[in-house]
Design a protein around this ligand. Structure first.
Ligand code: URP
Ligand code: ZN
Ligand code: ZN
Ligand code: ZN
Length: 461
């Protein structure tokens, strides 16, 4: 049966207007004032915004990391994402040296198939760029629809790749039409600082932040940009946390380089003092890059407002405080890096961003959905509300105030880094390709209904 959403205010990256939205099957088929339809289920959205479903371009679900595996898998993680207003995620498919890319991708499909409740795509990690890998990439991009490649410049002896790998990846990505993503921190310098800290007996969570200074992020960001310019390629810097990195991206864009940046809700709202919480609670805030001094938040908001940064990803990578984070008691390097962030990304951006006037309502949509659809080859099927687009729609009540808490969140983890934060606005219902996943704040989705998205090649938006 068709669905007719009546009385809501449609918000896209470009416009805000009152209209009815008609959905037939998986798509939006009409948008207009007082649509005259008789054979449709009517959904009353008066007083609510209709946003395109959020797109989270940065998640780690069911990922082995730091000697353990993330607490959220594709089922619990995508369910929590949907509660929070996200209808598409792009997860990072890990690879290792010597493994074929196909084997790695198969493993990631097995994690997600039959589990995801919303649609998903994959980015592919590049661990090495030998001739075989560079050749296999043709099939990955052209047939698998995986059109973004991730290079880690940090996590020495784990994920870290060298500059040669990054440079070769940039060149190959340009040939194939893929976007290269970097985790930009100088892993060698961080490794030195970590050893030095441990030798001095500095083992508390706060030293996670002290051994990963902003300069290490700024330097790696600048280096990745320099290599991108040399390769005449395209670059997307994930989880930008500080002014040093923002400055490099701003300069690159000023020069006309094809460089983009993402930040995360945690860097926009939390700061380094969280890592100093007593009783090892600082471990809840250990992820990389680390939280920074508070003044950086202003720089990040202004970079989003001015288009220097284009997206906000969650960097969801959840570990329980009890049983996982505590692996690092007495040695901060053993605290698994990452946090539970997938559920609150969209809501925090609305409340702290649009509601507080730091960004416009249309920028909120652009940053949480449209820009990711464009940069990652899904637009206009995803990322907007338009005739012909997938009916991925969030019905959002801006009038409600609520408090974030682990006692009410839906992630499979025992704490929430935003515990106690009051936010404006609430997701009421969520449709994924025309089917309810969340209906009146209740989960009504089905594991396995999420579909893998073969994405289009990178095109400069
Ligand atoms: O600490 C983090 N961010 N964990 C996930 C892996 C990464 O670097 O994005
Ligand atoms: Zn990272
Ligand atoms: Zn990440
Ligand atoms: Zn307020």
């Amino acid at each position: 049966m068709k669905k007719l959403i009546q009385g809501g205010t449609v918000v896209t990256a470009a416009d805000t207007y009152q209209a009815d939205v008609l959905i037939d099957g998986e798509s939006v088929v009409a948008i207009g004032q007082k649509l005259d339809v008789t054979d449709a289920e009517v959904i009353d959205a008066s007083g609510c915004y209709l946003f395109p479903g959020g797109i989270d371009p940065h998640t780690h679900l069911d990922m082995p990391f730091g000697g353990t595996t993330t607490a959220d898998d594709f089922e619990t993680g995508t369910r929590a994402a949907a509660f929070g207003g996200t209808t598409t995620i792009i997860d990072f498919c890990l690879t290792s040296k010597g493994q074929t890319l196909n084997d790695a991708i198969k493993i990631w499909h097995a994690k997600a198939d039959h589990k995801a409740v919303i649609d998903y795509g994959f980015h592919l990690m590049i661990a090495e760029a030998n001739d075989s890998v560079l050749q296999q990439l043709e099939q990955v991009v052209n047939e698998e629809g995986i059109t973004s490649l991730k290079v880690f410049m940090a996590y020495k002896n784990v994920f870290q790749a060298d500059d040669e790998t990054l440079f070769k990846t940039l060149i190959r990505a340009k040939e194939l039409g893929a976007l290269v993503q970097v985790h930009a921190e100088n892993g060698d310098v961080i490794d030195y600082l970590i050893k030095e800290a441990l030798e001095k007996g500095n083992t508390d969570p706060i030293y996670h932040a002290h051994t990963r200074p902003p300069v290490a992020e700024g330097e790696a960001t600048g280096r990745a940009i320099a290599l991108t310019a040399l390769a005449d390629s395209q670059l997307y810097v994930v989880h930008v946390s500080c002014s040093e990195a923002v400055q490099r991206i701003a300069e690159a864009r000023e020069r006309g380089l094809n460089v983009y940046g993402e930040t995360c809700p945690q860097y926009l709202t939390l700061d380094i003092t969280s890592l100093e919480k007593p009783d090892f609670e600082g471990a809840k805030y250990v992820w990389s890059p680390p939280l920074r001094e508070k003044w950086n938040q202003e720089v990040l908001w202004s970079a989003l407002k001015n288009g220097i940064l284009q997206t906000v990803g969650s960097d969801q990578c959840s570990f329980n405080f009890a049983g996982q984070k505590d692996l690092g008691k007495g040695d901060f390097t053993k605290i698994p890096n990452g946090g539970p962030l997938i559920e609150d990304r969209f809501g925090i951006l609305y409340s702290e961003g649009a509601h507080k006037g730091r960004i416009s309502l249309n920028q909120f949509v652009d940053i949480t959905s449209t820009k990711s659809a464009k940069l990652f080859g899904m637009f206009p099927k995803k990322g907007t509300i338009a005739v012909g687009s997938d009916a991925d729609i969030v019905i959002f009540n801006p009038e409600v105030t609520r408090t974030i808490s682990a006692t009410t969140h839906h992630m499979n983890v025992d704490y929430n880094p935003f515990e106690g934060m009051e936010v404006h606005g609430e997701v009421v219902s969520v449709l994924s390709r025309g089917t309810y996943v969340i209906r009146d704040k209740q989960f009504v989705g089905t594991a396995g209904n999420g579909r893998f998205i073969r994405r289009n090649k990178f095109k400069r938006p």
